[in-house]
Design a protein around this ligand. Structure first.
Ligand code: GUN
Length: 291
């Protein structure tokens, strides 16, 4: 069994990005600049955004954290987005989700200039991805594809079962893995809450991508010998014995499933660290494409 080390791979990618930043700044050009907009005080969002900003510093990017109060109106947020769209010193930005309930997420994502949409959430970028045109691929599926590539996992003609059909993970990864190419050409089944007899599907799967958010959902009896497991679940489970008051766990019952798997991503330390690395990669691409 090979334990897929997302942390090490993410660090490797960050080092590659840092080298490219040095090459840019040594020519006297400005460093890539990423901004993150955070509305409100959601704990998990604060952690993620803080981590994104720190990673920018690590690779030599400029970064801006724009914090807006929970009461920010949709109109105020849209005005800020327009300002960011016009800001020529900014290569890309993200609006951290989820947004407060009084703000229409779809409207906000549509307002982001697709050229600066390093999350790849704008419908035009999602469409470009589906049509195999050059675009920003959302960070989590992009990170999964990088792990598959860098671990040289064979996907040709393999049966991939994706559990979950979210716009951020399940749907895009199902598209990417079925596309033509060295790490595509898979036959993909997308399973979700209405799927009948999921176990019969997962038992046939060569590769399982679980993006559900239910701890311990994938158990050893659901998988075959030699399966490749990509666990995208990140759930905070309250635990008073931990320093932070919680621990992070994935969708997969790791200890039992690992015994049957040929490759497996741990949680934490698997897909999670890759997402930030790929966001940085997209920002570097934005810098190049918009130059
Ligand atoms: N919330 C959870 N994941 C993400 C992400 O990748 N991007 C943004 N903007 N918000 C998120």
């Amino acid at each position: 069994m090979v334990l897929i080390d997302g942390k090490a791979t993410a660090n490797q990618i960050k080092n590659e990005i840092a080298e490219e930043v040095k090459a840019i700044t040594s020519k006297g050009e400005r460093a890539p600049h990423l901004a993150a907009v955070l509305v409100g005080n959601d704990g998990a969002s604060l952690t993620y955004v803080g981590s994104k900003v720190r990673s920018c510093e690590k690779v030599g990017f400029d970064s801006s954290l724009i914090r807006l109060p929970e009461e920010t109106t949709e109109q105020e947020l849209l005005a800020k987005i327009e300002e960011l769209n016009q800001d020529e010193t900014l290569d890309g930005y993200i609006v951290q989700l989820p947004l407060p309930k009084h703000i229409d997420e779809e409207k906000v994502l549509l307002a982001i200039d697709p050229k600066k949409d390093v999350d790849g959430f704008h419908p035009s970028n999602f469409g470009r991805m589906a049509l195999e045109l050059e675009t920003f691929i959302p960070a989590t599926p992009f990170g999964i594809m990088q792990l598959i590539e860098r671990y040289d996992i064979d996907t040709q003609g393999k049966h991939v079962v994706v559990i979950g059909r979210s716009h951020i993970v399940g749907r895009p990864i199902s598209i990417l893995m079925s596309q033509k190419g060295a790490y595509g050409n898979a036959t993909v089944t997308v399973a979700h809450s209405r799927t009948k007899d999921l176990k019969a599907l997962t038992q046939q799967a060569d590769i399982i991508v679980s993006a559900l958010g239910i701890p311990g959902f994938v158990t050893a009896d659901m998988v075959k010998e030699g399966v490749v497991i990509i666990d995208v679940g990140i759930t905070r489970v309250e635990d008073a014995s931990k320093e932070k008051g919680y621990y992070i766990t994935g969708d997969v019952d790791f200890d039992s499933v690992a015994q049957k798997a040929s490759y497996i991503t741990p949680v934490p330390g698997g897909v999670g660290p890759m997402t930030i690395a790929m966001l940085l990669k997209n920002t570097l691409l934005a810098r190049k494409w918009n130059a």
